[in-house]
Design a protein around this ligand. Structure first.
Ligand code: MF3
Ligand code: CO
Length: 257
């Protein structure tokens, strides 16, 4: 079931979302060569707790996958060929020339905000830099379709079209999602699809739109058994941007800004 949020609920989601945006702003200043991904995680967790919220991902256990260990951290920090769900570690030191995707969720006053950005560390190969910029544009174009009266896959199709125009591949087995009092609600929001299909978008729906786009041909992000981190099949780079948004009449509202 897709829930329609009231004005009051959207107001609370704006608070949770705003907090996530401030975490990602704060981390932008901390991400540099020599910093461990664990350090970023500690800073993010402290920041969230200092603002009367709790990390959404910490101890998260996917439903219907009993073998998977609960997620052990506040952030997902996924570098270069890692697509999503990189678990922060004291041994993983950020290096010059890497792209670092940071995904963060916060739960405050009963609602979640969820957002991700890919940061560029120092001098990055121009082809990789372009991947990051195009993935950022994919998110903006997807959000642009998130208006009342459109259909869900108008978002998906806009993302896919832009990625394909640059010869990139869309990661198909990881998708965006509804969000609210649960981190993952219906509907799934794929990053590919046919325009004018899918459910009608209605004012008060809240979605986490999150393109994961790769150089090369990988259409899936794959994990070793028991591991959280998911990487491209061919080892090429992948980028990830995400916003939590509310469908409105007219322009969508970005809740994680
Ligand atoms: N933004 C991602 C998602 O919505 C991050 C989830 S990490 C997890 O799936 F640990 F919560 F799974
Ligand atoms: Co998400």
């Amino acid at each position: 079931m897709i829930t329609i949020k009231s004005e009051r609920e959207i107001e609370l989601m704006r608070e949770a979302g705003g907090l996530v945006a401030r975490v990602l702003d704060m981390l932008e200043k901390e991400i540099a060569p020599g910093v461990s991904t664990k350090r970023l995680d500690e800073l993010a967790e402290q920041f969230i707790r200092d603002h009367d919220a709790v990390p959404s991902f910490l101890n998260y256990a996917p439903k219907g996958e009993p073998g998977v260990t609960p997620y052990p951290a506040t952030l997902c920090v996924s570098i270069d060929n890692e697509v999503v769900h990189g678990v922060p570690s004291a041994r993983r030191i950020i290096g010059e020339g890497e792209i670092v995707s940071v995904d963060c969720g916060a739960y405050k006053s009963g609602y979640h905000g969820d957002s991700a950005r890919t940061y560029i560390v120092g001098e990055v190969d121009p082809a990789v830099r372009q991947l990051v910029e195009v993935t950022r544009e994919c998110l903006a174009l997807g959000i642009g379709q998130a208006v009342e009266g459109n259909r869900l896959h108008d978002i998906s199709a806009a993302i896919e079209k832009h990625a394909r125009a640059f010869g990139y591949s869309v990661i198909e087995n990881m998708v965006g999602h509804g969000i609210g009092s649960e981190l993952h609600e219906e509907p799934a929001v794929p990053n590919y699809g046919r325009p004018h299909t899918g459910v009608k978008l209605r004012s008060g729906m809240t979605l986490a739109i999150e393109p994961m786009i790769a150089i090369g041909r990988s259409r899936r992000a794959v994990s070793k058994r028991g591991a959280w981190v998911a990487v491209t099949e061919d080892g090429r780079h992948s980028a990830h941007f995400e916003h939590t948004i509310a469908i409105r009449k007219g322009a969508p509202e970005i809740l994680t800004k």
